[in-house]
Write a protein that binds this ligand. Structure first.
Ligand SMILES: Nc1ncnc2c1ncn2[C@@H]1O[C@H](COP(=O)(O)OP(=O)(O)OP(=O)(O)O)[C@@H](O)[C@H]1O
Ligand SMILES: [Mg+2]
Length: 363
């Protein structure tokens, strides 16, 4: 094994039809819902089946926050933060939590790190039950939750030394290496009170990886970071996983970062888990399926030409033809129609964006 300290819109390749094929008419209407649904379909489940070796297992976790009168009188409604959430994260997986503000992501992360006691359900890590084996469980976890709290009047170095001492101490060289990894070397001797938001995030990350965690839990670790900082955190997460087999559970609102980095993403809405998608399923849902709208003089003949040439699904509505296109054979389709004497008035391509997928799943 390597030394831990060595770590140092969806845009379609084809632009909108308007760019490639000048539109003669205003943009056609969107396809009807039924067709849109067909186009948004997930691949057949058997295509995506893959074995995960469950490491972090969350089963039926619920949490209702109760304040004031609701705390004493259980018949009064509290705030439902988690409602029977179950999910499994594989060993060495990079797993993302995505959902709107107040969805329950931080609460779930706090349950996994023991900061919130759930009302029901269980959490196990490599077979260790949180309730029964809390100490052993927590010794395998490193976490950065929301804005980390530090001693502002002390330097970053002092804070890390202090935290390391609480865990039994670490050689200075190890701490130096960790500081280097998170990109804080230049400012590590400044008082934390003078740090920018991104610097505090980096210091938080440094403390999270100090104990070589098997499970790294990060709540919005790229919030407030500049593009270089985001790239550094992305590289750090990848290297921790690739070189040390670290399992990473993290939340973020930066959609394309989640898509790039995560093996799987859980979509959470109103305390419930609404979907878990692999990187492949997300990419397929976004990129490979696009809806092509063609306005032409003979949509029925155009449809049968396309179906027989490419096997794509088509639907004709009035003078419009909708085609579910895979892999962007758009230019070829246009050529095919023109070569067969079809007068094409307009040709529009629309890909689903990650933002649209997110909204569909979490609304
Ligand atoms: N300590 C608390 N007391 C009362 N309610 C709380 C507490 N912590 C969270 N909640 C409520 O639980 C729900 C879920 O909050 P949570 O912080 O988990 O959401 P989130 O998905 O992390 O949101 P964000 O994207 O804004 O960080 C919200 O309605 C929130 O107001
Ligand atoms: Mg949160």
């Amino acid at each position: 094994m390597q030394e831990f300290s060595e770590l140092g819109k969806t845009t379609s390749p084809v632009a909108s039809g308007g760019d490639v094929f000048p539109e003669l008419n205003p943009a056609p209407e969107q396809p009807d819902d039924e067709f849109a649904e067909v186009c948004a379909e997930d691949p057949a489940p058997e295509e995506e089946e893959r074995e995960i070796d469950p490491y972090l297992v969350i089963k039926g976790v619920s949490k209702v926050f109760r304040k004031g009168a609701a705390r004493l009188d259980k018949s009064k409604p509290g705030i439902v933060a988690l409602d029977g959430v179950s999910l499994e994260v594989g060993k060495g997986e990079i797993f993302g939590l995505l959902g709107p503000n107040g969805a329950g992501k931080s609460t779930l992360i706090k349950v996994v790190t023991g900061l919130v006691i759930p009302d029901g359900g269980s959490v196990t890590l490599g077979g260790l039950d949180f309730k029964a084996d809390k100490e052993a469980f927590m010794s395998k976890v490193g976490a950065q939750i929301e804005t980390p709290v530090f001693f502002n009047k002390r330097s970053g170095w002092w804070n890390l030394k202090y935290l390391a001492d609480l865990q039994g101490g670490l050689p200075d060289q190890r701490i130096k290496d960790i500081v280097e990894i998170v990109g804080l070397t230049e400012r590590i001797n400044s008082r934390v009170g003078t740090y920018s938001m991104g610097m505090r995030q980096r210091l938080g990350l440094a403390q999270a990886i100090m104990n070589k965690p098997e499970l790294l839990v990060l709540d919005e670790p790229i919030n407030g970071l500049d593009p270089d900082g985001i790239a550094q955190v992305r590289d750090l997460i990848r290297r921790l996983r690739d070189d040390y087999g670290t399992t990473v559970l993290f939340s973020s609102h930066i959609l394309n970062e989640m898509q790039t980095l995560c093996d799987r993403v859980a979509f959470i809405s109103k305390g419930k888990l609404v979907a878990v998608k692999t990187k492949k399923q997300i990419a397929r849902g976004l990129g490979e399926t696009t809806v092509l709208t063609v306005v032409c003089d003979d949509p029925k003949r155009a449809a049968s030409l396309i179906t027989s040439a490419y096997g794509f699904r088509t639907k004709v509505q009035g003078e419009r033809l909708f085609v579910e296109v895979r892999n962007y054979n758009v230019a070829k389709i246009n050529r095919k129609l023109v070569e067969n004497g079809i007068e094409v008035e307009s040709f529009t391509v629309k890909s689903r964006t990650l933002e649209e997928m997110y909204r569909e799943l979490t609304r």
